[in-house]
Write a protein that binds this ligand. Structure first.
Ligand code: ATR
Length: 284
């Protein structure tokens, strides 16, 4: 695609950002829709983040995705937050509005919910108790999504209990804490299990969690997508549990930003999924 001088600009800000699949994803959608626009990776150190964020609209960017480790910092730097970003305490998408004023959104919440909705229609009605492993930035978005979905009982289980307690306070009375030591027994009567830690990712140990007590009807999902089949999902499948991998969350969270910056609502389908995974070329 040859860009004109009026090409729309967006990107992803992270440190490091080399591992991000977002440029490939947005690049695919730009090409598929024939849009005069570019989406680039912007490696920005934490110490430079504030200055870069301020400059973004002044440099003609329509906005950006914000990724690790800047999501919480973005929530404190951007004055205009939508309800989801405020609730999750993290921003993953900024959109330049009038006079270059940035609006902060959290589309990870929508990404998490849309991914499950697309893969397992009816999961909301069938989920009474959900167990969330982890209490970092990703757990915030997942927990807030479960609150939005109206799940009765949201159980937070983290190696460091205090972090889970802090998170639970923000979620109100639906949220309770499960001690890390009791995590295996705590899976009884659970309808949905979500791993939000980085355990199971390439280069990390598998999540240390026995599924013996988990009902085989429970849905198991992982936010890790490298590998797609994490040890947790492989074990769940072996037992007969339905599973949803984490790539869909990445794809679905990207829709709202693309639409805001480039004016077209993109579609998440098998073609884009295969392309992002490197299993297909962009002309398919
Ligand atoms: P993110 O913002 O991407 O979620 P994070 O804030 O670093 O990243 O959170 C990582 C999560 O993985 C945390 O819940 C962390 O637990 P702690 O709060 O106890 O650090 C969890 N985690 C990391 N390594 C872990 C391990 N070896 N076993 C269990 N949980 C782990």
């Amino acid at each position: 695609m040859i860009l004109s001088a009026e090409a729309g600009l967006a990107g992803v800000i992270g440190w490091p950002v080399r591992q991000s699949l977002s440029p490939r994803l947005h690049g695919y959608w730009l090409q598929r829709h024939g849009i005069d626009g570019a989406y680039v990776a912007l490696p920005v150190r934490p110490s430079d983040f504030s200055a870069v964020l301020q400059c973004l609209p002044r440099m003609g960017f329509r906005g950006a995705n914000i990724t690790v480790p800047h999501k919480e910092a973005a929530a404190s730097l951007v004055a205009d937050l939508d309800e989801t970003a405020r609730g999750a305490g993290a921003v993953n998408t900024v959109v330049a509005g009038e006079a270059g004023r940035l609006q902060g959104r959290n589309t990870d919440v929508e990404g998490f919910l849309d991914n499950l909705d697309a893969a397992v229609p009816g999961w909301r009605q069938r989920t009474r108790r959900a167990v969330v492993i982890g209490a970092g930035g990703a757990a915030r978005a997942v927990g807030y999504g479960l609150v939005q979905a109206g799940i009765d009982e949201i159980v937070l289980c983290n190696r460091t209990r205090e972090r889970a307690e802090t998170l639970a306070k923000g979620f109100g009375r639906q949220a309770t804490i499960l001690d890390w030591e009791a995590r295996a027994d705590g899976l009884e009567d659970t309808d949905l299990l979500v791993n939000t830690t980085t355990q199971g990712m390439v280069g990390n140990e598998p999540l240390d969690l026995s599924l013996v007590r988990l009902p085989t009807a429970a849905l198991v999902t992982d936010i890790v997508y490298k590998p797609l089949l994490t040890p947790l999902l492989a074990e769940a499948q072996r037992r007969g549990n339905p599973t949803v991998d984490g790539l869909g969350m990445l794809l679905h969270q990207a829709k709202a930003g693309f639409e805001a910056w480039f004016g077209t609502r993109p579609v998440v389908d098998d073609r884009v999924r295969e392309f992002v995974l490197g299993q297909a070329d962009s002309n398919r």
